[in-house]
Design a protein around this ligand. Structure first.
Ligand code: ASP
Length: 620
């Protein structure tokens, strides 16, 4: 953090900037009372501003007026302090503070403002503060050093991105918030128009169409730190409005966009979080097929290498009826090896008790069931070779089959092997859930490791069973891989998109694709995804028309700035890196948004609300 000196009307120095070299300086400081210790003739005040904390000493004999004022000050009062910098006496240095070798002897103290007792401590980074209180008093929460660190870190990330892209010839262009549907697969937020009653704007789910139109307009390299809006259910890594680093480039192929973004990731890490380690650079590239088969997720956490192994061939030969039946139907049998899970936490040379093993397996089985599995078969390899393999299905495998199986999954004494067999999608879900759960139990995810990687070769579409149509796996403007274009006519489900996702530590940090820049190809996509040409023309006529005026080949990407900041800050969710986030109910708990509109406002918009407030409250 910068410690530059700034002189303004209220202060000559920042609290956190003073050092031994400032000995003897007359200074004027301004900030908040972080803590006050009254020792009678001496009062110590830790004065805090954005740059840090400094100890102020007020001596009754030397500065009786200041001492009187200090005696009335309380935590979070806003003070202006005039005094001299002094090196602290031997033995009273505070190594916890950057200013810990000096103190300021006060001559004069002015109370600039008083403060009520805050509803929680501002001066600790205690994580146990109730989150609803933090949200309600967000301005106080944001005053805490941990939050200031996060918000300033985010500023540095965004600033770095801006400078980096500027250096690469990108132009930052703002696109409208009041627009027309720009779908990314979520519900739109609608805004009624007063000037055109009955009509609505949609808030952009991303600037996707607009950035493509900027390519038609010839800007070649665009970016924006863009606010996006998606009306979907909230999770730890999702908010109804969030921030993207959005970019688009012309005359590029997949490789160009990936390389540029990889350069940005690597230098961001080096500059902003040099204390974190990268798992691999250049970033690994994995295909969608590969990550799904191994990790059951298209955004696996690669900090730990728990990977599922397909053991269908051996399982088919076992005498276990379910494996026999499933493999005959083409359903896979996969094993996830939990390394050393049988070992007791207290004593790694001992196995957990039979009771504890039973409890553990019940927990894991319940978890597998939440993913739709009917059960979870397992084998536990004893620590001592003389003992038998534990678990319900060991008896169905011959000694040779077991040996072959253990060899295939590289099983070691103390490992528990978890067997999953079901429809492929169910197996994927189980692998993903169990993997994440095991990593937590075994403490495998190193918080200082950044496992960035690319996932490529996504399927172009997923089959939507409910609506009996294909859904674009990214969005409708993504181009198929050139070699897969013919598959759109014959076997769309097999076609792969030119999409690339950037993942890190179990999160999708960004995604993008090369776009369709040819009108006929775009028109082929609409019917596949269940859009009539009429509807498409109504919604996206401007795009189709623009595509008649010399569209360059183009592609781009967008990153989730909130998620990236969360990972860099080591925060548990994105609310920790957003100044004023929404709660899980999509509300602003401080200002109480959303709220009811006044009748006059509704009348101007010709809007009639058909739900009564009591009924609405129940529906929440
Ligand atoms: N618009 C896409 C998204 O929001 C990103 C892109 O394709 O550039 O995920």
């Amino acid at each position: 953090m910068s410690s530059w000196i700034r002189v303004n009307m209220y202060k000559t120095h920042n609290c956190g900037a003073l050092r031994e070299g400032d000995q003897g300086q007359s200074v004027t400081l301004a900030g908040w009372v972080n803590r006050r210790r009254d020792q009678g003739g001496l009062i110590f005040i830790d004065l805090r501003d954005r740059w840090g904390i400094v100890q102020v000493v007020v001596n009754q004999e030397q500065a009786s007026q200041a001492h009187h004022t200090a005696s009335t000050a309380r935590n979070e009062y806003v003070l202006q302090v005039k005094g001299q910098v002094r090196v602290r006496p031997e033995g009273t240095h505070n190594p916890e503070l950057a200013t810990g070798t000096i103190e300021v002897i006060a001559d004069d103290i002015t109370i600039l403002n008083t403060s009520k007792t805050p509803p929680f401590y501002i001066n600790t980074d205690d994580e146990a503060i109730d989150e609803s209180r933090r949200m309600q008093y967000r301005y106080l929460d944001l005053r805490r050093p941990a939050m200031q660190y996060n918000i300033i870190l985010r500023h540095r990330i965004v600033k770095y991105i801006r400078d980096y892209l500027d250096g690469q010839g990108f132009v930052e262009i703002e696109t409208p918030i009041l627009f027309k549907t720009t779908p990314e697969g979520a519900r739109d937020f609608l805004v009624p128009s007063r000037l055109q009653p009955g009509k609505f704007y949609a808030l952009p789910q991303s600037p996707q169409q607009l950035k493509q139109l900027l390519m038609v307009a010839g800007y070649e390299r665009y970016f924006q730190i863009a606010r996006c809006f998606r009306d979907e259910d909230l999770r730890g890594d999702r908010q109804p409005e969030f921030t993207q680093l959005d970019m688009e480039m012309s005359f590029v192929q997949r490789e160009d966009v990936m390389q540029l973004n990889e350069g940005l990731v690597l230098s961001l890490v080096q500059t902003i979080v040099p204390h974190k380690r990268l798992l691999a650079a250049p970033l690994p590239r994995l295909t969608y097929q590969e990550v799904m088969e191994k990790y059951g997720s298209d955004k696996p956490d690669l900090r730990y290498d728990l990977a599922a192994v397909d053991v269908s061939a051996i399982a088919a030969k076992s005498a276990f009826p379910i494996f026999q039946a499933n493999t005959a139907e083409g359903k896979p049998v996969k094993v996830l090896r939990a390394p050393g899970l049988l070992r007791s936490k207290e004593d790694q040379d001992k196995a957990i008790s039979g009771e504890a093993l039973k409890r553990l397996m019940k927990e894991l089985e319940d978890l597998a069931k939440t993913a739709g599995a009917k059960g979870l078969a397992w084998m536990a390899l004893p620590l001592n070779e003389a003992e038998e393999v534990k678990g319900p299905i060991g008896k169905y495998f011959t000694v040779e089959q077991k040996a072959q199986l253990f060899d295939q999954v590289d099983a070691q004494p103390g490992d528990i092997l978890l067997f999953m067999s079901d429809k492929r999608e169910t197996v994927y879900k189980c692998v993903d859930l169990l993997r994440t759960n095991l990593a937590e139990r075994l403490n495998l995810a190193d918080p200082d490791l950044l496992a960035f990687a690319w996932v490529i070769d996504f399927p172009m579409f997923y089959w939507d069973e409910e609506n009996q149509r294909w859904d674009p796996s990214q969005h409708m403007f993504t181009s198929p891989l050139p070699e897969d274009i013919p598959l759109l006519d014959t076997d769309p489900g097999q076609s792969r998109g030119s999409q690339y996702d950037l993942i890190c530590n179990g999160y999708e940090i960004g995604g993008g694709s090369i776009r369709i820049h040819n009108r006929e190809l775009q028109e082929k996509i609409f019917p596949l995804i269940g859009q009539t040409m009429e509807h498409a023309r109504d919604q996206f006529g401007h795009m189709l028309e623009a595509f008649e005026y010399g569209v360059p080949p183009h592609g781009g990407m967008a990153w989730g700035v909130d998620r990236l900041s969360m990972i860099f800050a080591g925060a548990p969710n994105i609310r920790e890196v957003i100044a004023f986030p929404k709660t899980q109910q999509g509300a602003d708990a401080m200002a109480h948004a959303p709220s009811y509109a006044e009748q006059k406002q509704l009348d101007e918009l010709y809007i009639q609300v058909t739900i009564e407030p009591e009924e609405a409250e129940q529906a929440e």
